[in-house]
Design a protein around this ligand. Structure first.
Ligand SMILES: Cc1ncc(COP(=O)(O)O)c(C=O)c1O
Length: 302
């Protein structure tokens, strides 16, 4: 059993008892970056990639992280142990770096020391229907932030754009959203990447979205299995030719999409439980993860 546990700058407590000062810039302005990974047999999946992406997000907002990778990893390990992680129970690990605490002033004083907040809890248990049937998606009116405004590759503490997209989709009766950019090209779902089988080609948008690590490794797994997949622009009008759809993220892995409601209310339907390519991709990725975890057994947190 894993109990939700937090670590704020080295102070570990039950997650619902943890607190941060109100002057923290992560709280005041969403001025923070973060990562989420899951574990298998206590081994963090794609650990190195997560640290690289965290550092890239920090660089994109000109934040100097005061803590070293080694220190953060050691604190993640301490928190995971306190939470009761074991090789038998898989965990969700979120680690966030805020720009720290200072005057109530938009400008981030470069001398501020960054704060870390680590949360370890049990993996979210998705509604089994999402895998057995698939998720229902809808395209909201709100558009994804453009790259030259708030780059979706900043995995930061400001998720209002995605929250607005998700809320609109939920109000329309869907489970999640597929967000377009201003020019009508598909970007991503609220917190996952989206893939389509269009005229027999497996494609996922190459720009305007977060470079998901699941997406990166799904491409690799498919390549090793000699299946083609492509990163390219996908315009909303092309979706009328899509025959399969799925989403990918660290906690969902490969999750089928059973319907997508377009802006004009038209509902595209996809095979229940995922079509052939979606099912194959799910299996290929699952085998790839299993092999990856075995190869990285030395990274186990306990
Ligand atoms: C906006 C967004 N896109 C895509 C993803 C998927 O990324 P990953 O596969 O690394 O979890 C996430 C995951 O948190 C996300 O927040």
């Amino acid at each position: 059993m894993i109990s939700s546990t937090a670590n704020v700058d080295g102070i570990i407590s039950a997650a619902d008892k943890a607190s941060i000062p109100v002057l923290d810039r992560g709280f005041l302005y969403g001025d923070s970056v973060y990562e989420v990974f899951r574990t298998y047999r206590a081994v963090p999946l794609f650990l190195e990639d997560h640290f690289e992406r965290l550092e890239n997000s920090a660089q994109l907002i000109q934040m100097q992280i005061s803590q070293s990778r080694e220190q953060l990893l050691e604190e993640i390990r301490r928190t995971a142990i306190e939470a009761g992680i074991s090789r038998e129970s898989d965990a969700y690990v979120r680690y966030q770096i805020t720009r720290g605490e200072g005057a109530v002033d938009l400008y981030p004083d470069p001398s501020l020391k960054t704060r870390y907040v680590i949360i370890v809890k049990a993996l979210p248990s998705w509604n089994p229907v999402f895998y057995e049937r698939g998720v229902n998606m809808a395209i909201p009116n709100v558009r994804r932030n453009p790259v030259n405004s708030l780059d979706p590759n900043i995995k930061g503490g400001n998720y209002l754009n995605n929250i607005m997209g998700l809320t609109e989709a939920r109000e329309a009766g869907a489970d999640d959203c597929v967000m377009l950019n201003r020019d009508g090209f598909v970007t991503e779902a609220a917190n996952s990447n989206v893939w389509f089988l269009i005229r027999g080609r497996l494609v996922t948008p190459g720009s305007g979205n977060l470079k998901g690590l699941t997406k990166k490794h799904v491409h690799r797994a498919l390549q090793a299995a000699e299946m083609e997949s492509f990163e390219e622009d996908v315009h909303v009008n092309e979706l009328l030719d899509a025959t399969e759809c799925f989403i990918t993220s660290a906690t969902r892995e490969v999750m089928p999409v059973v319907s997508l409601t377009l802006l004009d209310g038209e509902r595209l339907e996809f095979p229940v439980g995922g079509g052939e390519v979606t099912r194959q991709t799910r299996q290929i990725f699952s085998d790839y993860v299993e092999a990856h975890i075995s190869e990285h057994a030395q990274d186990a947190l306990v």
